[in-house]
Write a protein that binds this ligand. Structure first.
Ligand code: DUC
Ligand code: ZN
Length: 459
């Protein structure tokens, strides 16, 4: 007989609304939601005073990333453990570019092996386009059929694609049922501004933000929207950071184009004044932090539905390495910040508690919509009968001061040091197994399953 668990007395956030009741788990799946009769043989989990929500789905992480000789702190094990502590039970990881000339399947397969051996939570993997030629385009159908139904195009950095290449990718992915994700920044403008900064000796962290202006993101998104119009394709904009970019996305959505947007807690909560602090290098990431007006605009984008997803871009280069490489020149700093463990608490605390988004939107943004958009529904993303029993018992009153030493990530800093949050997971389950209970970690290295993701749903 499979094991039964009965989560009782909680307030459940379901696709049908917020309901008081229970949740019955039979083995790895949800067997009943809402009115649940007592089952004598079930293990009882008391959720009195707590919310019961689906496990978090973070569709933008960079675990184990290596760029040249620079390696992030959180590998597949540490990063997945940190995710579990923060209530995230599924990640979809973005691999870095592979060896020159490699197959489109090379990096997803490489990451799959690593995550399968190490991850404590379930995982999907995005593809990455680092070149476009007939052989690569021929592989797109296989990529999607093998369960990697989304892939990223960078419009800046060494492995960037140009406009015509990106449009070809978008069109080919659409035919295969895939979704193209875009890092939207104008490479040419950034390179010009960075060179100008260097000539003028402007090498302090604030010039990282000055050399990647808001317009760079907005113009790049405008080009992507034009590709969607031209090809009839679809686009998913990762880590949206500006009010200007959001306006372009809203206009595209009003015109009926399939342009979806993701943002991350750092762009909602932190602003560019961080670069003026003595530890400004901690906040070097691309796109950079912006002004307060952009933070507020992004919150409005979450509230009005023009932004569908809050992910993290968890990319845990250490502060030690940021200082080692970038102390005298922001351009040498490895970019990115950690966040996989703090996503849910930050969004709940800054969003729901402060009245910027509703409880239902919190669940939609952190679990339901990312699961739907990335081909993980109906297994993931909602408390529904038949879905995987990925469940978080969420204590909405628990407060916690975020510090590097209290988190489980391996990275040597958190961008949210000393910030107090309200709301924290009391218990996290994956496929019916308890991963974290209070201060106890019960997960197992390698227990995470590869998620063969379905083709993209049309919104
Ligand atoms: N931006 C970063 O800052 N780091 C990782 C990748 C990215 O897009
Ligand atoms: Zn990223």
């Amino acid at each position: 007989m499979t094991s039964l668990k009965h989560i009782q007395n909680g307030t459940l956030v379901t696709p049908q609304g917020v309901v008081a009741g229970g949740l019955l788990i039979d083995g790895e799946t949800i067997a009943a939601v809402g009115e649940v009769q007592d089952v004598p043989q079930a293990e009882v989990i008391d959720a009195a005073g707590c919310l019961v929500i689906p496990g978090g789905v973070d569709v933008h992480t960079h675990l184990n990333l290596k760029l040249g000789d620079r390696q992030v702190s959180d590998g597949f094990f540490a990063g997945s453990v940190a995710a579990a502590w923060g209530g995230t039970t599924t990640i979809v990881d973005h691999p870095e570019a592979g060896p020159a000339g490699c197959s489109l399947l090379h990096q997803p397969a490489f990451y799959r092996r690593g995550l399968q051996a190490e991850s404590v939570i379930d995982f999907g993997i995005h593809g990455v386009f680092q070149a476009v030629n007939p052989a690569i385009l021929d592989e797109v159908t296989t990529l999607v059929q093998e369960g990697y139904s989304s892939a990223k195009v960078y419009l800046t950095y060494a492995n960037k694609l140009d406009g015509p290449e990106a449009a070809q990718v978008m069109a080919t992915m659409k035919i295969a049922g895939g979704l193209t994700a875009f890092h939207a920044e104008c490479d040419e403008q950034i390179n010009r501004l960075r060179a100008q900064c260097a000539e003028r000796g402007q090498l302090a962290p604030i010039f990282h933000a000055r050399s990647r202006p808001d317009e760079s993101e907005a113009e790049s998104i405008q080009k992507i929207v034009a590709m969607v119009e031209e090809t009839g394709g679809r686009a998913y904009i990762v880590h949206l950071s500006t009010a200007k970019g959001l306006e372009v996305i809203r206009a595209a959505q009003r015109a009926g184009l399939e342009v979806l947007a993701e943002t991350c807690p750092q762009y909602l909560i932190l602003d560019e004044t961080r670069y003026e602090q003595p530890d400004g290098l901690k906040y070097i990431m691309a796109p950079p932090l912006r002004d307060r007006a952009s933070c507020e605009a992004l919150w409005e984008g979450l509230a009005d539905g023009s932004i569908s997803v809050v992910a993290t871009d968890h990319c845990s280069f250490s502060y030690a390495d940021k200082v080692k490489y970038g102390a005298h020149d922001f351009r040498q700093t490895p970019g990115g910040c950690p966040g996989v463990e703090t996503r849910l608490p930050l969004l709940y605390s800054e969003g729901v508690v402060k009245g910027r988004i509703t409880l239902e939107q919190f669940v939609q943004l952190t679990s339901t919509r990312p699961a739907e958009i990335m081909g993980l529904a109906p297994r993931k993303g909602a408390l529904e009968v038949g879905a995987d029993a990925d469940v978080v018992v969420w204590d909405p009153r628990s407060t916690k001061v975020l510090t590097e030493s209290s988190l489980h990530q391996q990275c040597d800093y958190t961008p949210y040091e000393d910030m107090t949050v309200t709301g924290w997971p009391r218990m996290t389950l994956q496929r019916g197994n308890i991963l974290v209970a209070g201060e106890k970690f019960l997960g197992t290295r390698g227990a995470g399953q590869f998620l063969h993701r379905g083709t993209h749903e049309t919104p």
